[in-house]
Design a protein around this ligand. Structure first.
Ligand code: ZN
Length: 464
């Protein structure tokens, strides 16, 4: 057996994958509308001998499977873009079309990188007679944090032993940080309209209820755990000042370090909404739009990914032209942003591009963002790796990230990620004790609780 066959195969066969990633980059599609990206990937995988399965009623979700027997390793892909982030491959802000979507999170790379790893595993397992099954998950709608939770409801993840994922970033490192659990919900208040000047006593203002709910939520902040977050926007507040608003709506995101703390925070937020309705003699309706679990880092899988990232797949070399592009992208960042990013990372990572993958440096930390990879991480052992696809200091969801995701910097990150993921699947297949240990750690972390989608978990808690 020769694991290095993965590297040889990927280096010799990268062209069609790179073309696919750029094709998806060039026609960005928003959450749940990724019809072209999903179709291109399903066709690509069918042509290469994968069995493509679709369940439920989401046309842009799918699973592609190859192999026989265990272990069954899932690789999570994404391909949705962000609204209004259109950008050319250039070092200055320049939209391809005004207000069009763009790949500001590099999901064109994320999906195809995972798919490339699955194809490399298939080729090498087949030629070396290695037993195991690889599943590539085409996951829609990561940017609204609900695609994987919806796939869980449709039963996509049953029978898979462990899951791996990656994400483009400005540095290469396994992430052991926990990303927060989160819920997105709308609170709709119903009051009574009246002439605001002539007969205010006859009116009951739904807008007052929204404002009082926000006051209550802002007082709640003092008594939340440190990593809890509340953010809101008023999405409806009335039509004219001389009409007491009969309808008003506020949209909240609530985040907490773990699902248990999110349940507590949610219960209290629902009480605040009910209190506002009581004070204003209005009615409140709550609609949970979706949400996700916190991630659950897995030390066994993290160690494997880290070893594959640092000792097997990397490092990466960049050309003069790529360095020039990267330097100009960095110079376009707001002053101090690169320095602030570097201050959070270990010494010796470079100044423009992170060429040598870093050791894991964020164990025990919390990232104040959320991902629906958290749902999968609460269903099975799951681990994620960040891979440098743009210069140091470039944030996600920026025009600079779109520009890099459509060119060679992004593609080099994607290839490094594919090698890391494929190498990790190889290790899991040749040493069955790894899957067993990863599962033992997972079971200890979940403490026997059964996974329920976050919406169902919170609906039950909020109506108590
Ligand atoms: Zn993303």
């Amino acid at each position: 057996m020769d694991k290095r066959a993965i590297l040889t195969w990927i280096d010799a066969n990268r062209a069609p994958f790179e073309a696919l990633a750029l094709e998806i980059w060039a026609s960005p599609e928003l959450a749940y509308q990724e019809h072209e990206a999903a179709r291109l990937q399903m066709d690509f995988l069918r042509q290469r001998g994968f069995k493509v399965v679709q369940k439920g009623d989401m046309p842009t979700a799918f699973m592609a499977e190859w192999g026989e027997g265990g272990p069954v390793v899932g690789i999570l892909g994404e391909y949705d873009a962000l609204a209004g982030m259109s950008q050319t491959v250039s070092t200055r802000p320049e939209a391809t079309a005004p207000k069009a979507p763009g790949h500001g999170c590099g999901h064109n790379l994320l999906g195809v990188g995972g798919l490339m790893a699955a194809c490399a595993v298939k080729e090498v397992f087949a030629s070396q007679g290695i037993q195991g099954t690889v599943r590539y998950y085409g996951c829609p709608a990561e940017e609204v944090l609900t695609g994987k939770g919806d796939m869980a409801k449709d039963g996509y993840f049953s029978g898979t032993d462990v899951a791996l994922s990656w994400h483009p970033a400005d540095c290469s490192s396994v992430t052991a940080a926990t990303m927060t659990a989160m819920v997105s919900a709308k609170f709709r208040f119903q009051g009574i309209s009246a002439h605001a000047g002539a007969s205010p006593e006859a009116g009951r203002s739904a807008l007052d209820a929204v404002e009082l709910m926000n006051v209550g939520a802002n007082y709640l902040r003092e008594h939340m755990v440190a990593q809890d977050r509340l953010h809101y926007v008023i999405t409806q507040g009335g039509l004219a000042p001389n009409i007491v608003p009969p309808e008003a709506e506020v949209w909240y995101f609530a985040r907490a370090p773990h699902d248990g703390e999110l349940v507590s925070l949610w219960r209290r937020l629902v009480k605040v909404a009910k209190g506002a309705a009581l004070m204003t003699e209005t009615e409140v309706q709550t609609e949970i739009l979706g949400g996700c679990y916190n991630t659950l880092p897995n030390k066994v899988l993290n160690a494997l990914l880290e070893q594959n990232l640092r000792s097997f797949a990397g490092p990466v070399a960049y050309s003069e032209e790529e360095m020039r592009f990267a330097r100009e992208i960095q110079e376009s960042l707001p002053s101090g942003q690169r320095e602030a990013a570097l201050s959070r990372m270990p010494e010796g990572i470079g100044t423009i591009l992170n060429t040598a993958p870093l050791p894991c440096f964020d164990a025990g930390k919390f990232v104040m963002g959320s991902t629906d990879v958290g749902d999968v991480a609460n269903i099975m052992p799951t681990s994620m790796v960040w891979v440098a696809s743009w210069p140091l200091g470039v944030p996600h969801h920026s025009w600079q990230a779109v520009a890099c995701s459509g060119g060679s910097l992004g593609l080099k990150g994607m290839v490094l990620a594919a090698k890391t993921l494929a190498g990790t699947v190889y290790d899991l297949a040749v040493d069955p004790s790894l899957v067993r240990r990863a599962r033992e750690e997972f079971e200890a972390g979940r403490k026997g609780r059964v996974y329920r989608p976050i919406g169902a978990l919170l609906s039950a808690a909020g109506s108590e």
